[in-house]
Every structure is written in C-alpha cells, then in structure tokens.
Design a protein around this ligand. Sequence first.
Ligand code: AMP
Length: 286
Amino acid sequence: MRTVRTVAELRATLAPERAAGRSVGLVPTMGFFHEGHLSLMRAARGENDVVVVSLFVNPTQFGPGEDLDAYPRDEQRDAALAEAEGVDLLFAPAPEEVYPDGFATQVAVTGLTDVLDGDPARRGASHFNGVTTVVCKLLNMVAPDAAYFGQKDAQQALVVTRMARDLDFPARIEVRPTVREPDGLAMSSRNAYLDAGERERAVALSRALTAADSVVSAGERGGDAVLAAARAELVAAGIEPEYLELRSATDLSPVERVNGTTLLAVAAHVGRARLIDNIVLGGTRT
Ligand code: AMP
C-alpha cells in the first residue's frame, strides 16, 4: 500500500490504472479505523481492481465547540489496518491541500439537511455542507467507479447519494450496513471518548432501537408507542436524547405510522461523546 498526500500524486498514481481499464473504489474516512471502516474497505476490495481510502479529518464538518481538535487520530495504526485489508492507496492530505488559501466554494444539499443532525436548532446544515463539499472534492480527485458509505450515518448517506445524483457524478454510491460491537453499540471512532461507565450506558442507544423494532415486529405501528418503547431504554440509562425521531428512510419526511421504510434515528451525548445510531424499522436490522 502507498500513502500519498497530494492530489497530483493521487492522480499520477491512478492514471495508469484507469488507462489499463481498471476500476477504482473509494472509501472516504476520518480515520481511527474500526470494523465499520474495515467492512467498507472489504466491500470496496471485493468490487474493484484498485481501492483508495481517504483519511482526512475534515475541519469544515465540525461546528464551533465540536471535537475537531480532540478527534482521535493514529495514522500509523490506520495505515497498517488498511494495508491488511488489501487497500492499494491511502490518500492522507493536509488541510491546506484540500482547502488552499482563498478556498471559497460550498456544495449544499437542501431539504434533507434541515432535519435530524442538520436541524437549525441543533448543529444546522453547515455540518452537511462540510460533508458534501469534501465528498464532492474527493469524488473529483479520485474519480472512482464506486464510493462506499456506512448506514451508521444514515442521513449522510442519503445526502451524499442525492448530491451525487443531482450533480451527475458517475460514481455509484454504495451504502453498507452498520457494524456493531457484540452488545449492539454501533462502532464509532468517538466511542474512544467513553470511560467504562459511559460505555455501559452508551449501549442504551442500540437497545432503544431494538426495543422499537420489537414492538413493531409485534404489530405496533403507532409512532408514539414505538417512540415510547425506545425512549424507555434511554431513560433507564439516564440518557436524554438530542433527538429520537421516526422519518421516511428515503426522504427523511416525518412519519406518524411505521411502514417498511421507516427510519428511527437517535442522537445523544454520553459523557463528552455525541453518539448517533439508527435502524430501519420493519426491515432488515443493520
Ligand atoms: P468516519 O471516519 O466516522 O467519517 O466514517 C467513515 C465512513 O465509515 C462513513 O461512511 C461512515 O458512515 C462509515 N462508518 C462509521 N461507523 C460505521 C459503522 N459502525 N458501521 C458501518 N459503517 C460505519
């Protein structure tokens, strides 16, 4: 595996591959790899001739007061894990390479970014503008045949899919299931912030989703009852969610009654970690 830090090196490395007709898969990440990241690398490895992983803690998707400086980083460990997955190229640019002096462009998806993590009363759409701008740039830099994202960040996956469609990116946007710890906690680089007690409480997020799934499987369709089942698990762990909402899994419109494509999404602070998780109710558990 090679590590490159500039767009020029990245393009020079990929040009002969593309000229030889080889397909390229991209896995965009902010590093500090866990099984969720590795599962995306495996998916990319299985479907492409060349696998590129980007490692970039993107400053523009962090709000003021968020954890940009504290975000866990370990490039050496990440490089070893990526190499073990058969990744060909690690693209790890410095912030100045991605955002040179005078950078003035934003890519914004409207509508989908106004709710949940983009609610103006919470983080606002600027988080997603940071995401779509950097993903747009990465798609232009790498020009992959496919790019791989996790359902863990369900809203991000929808926003990126919409952006790629609206802006006619030729890349397929592939969304893969959430990878969980054995007790159900969704894997996240931010789980590194949790101390032992917080780690125990954090599992309440996935328990809440499972509880909702159980009442739906038992026939309940009323949104209030489904949310109450989920909320009870959070309350039992002393967790007040930032949001706990039922939304259409395809366009994030509000949902009163559960049907096959209903997303239950949760965000909560546990200690200093802001954790998110979700489940598609009535569908496949991911
Ligand atoms: P991040 O480094 O947190 O920005 O995540 C990079 C990619 O990995 C994103 O597409 C995430 O949705 C995905 N990802 C993060 N956690 C998980 C997980 N537990 N399971 C599957 N994918 C994940």
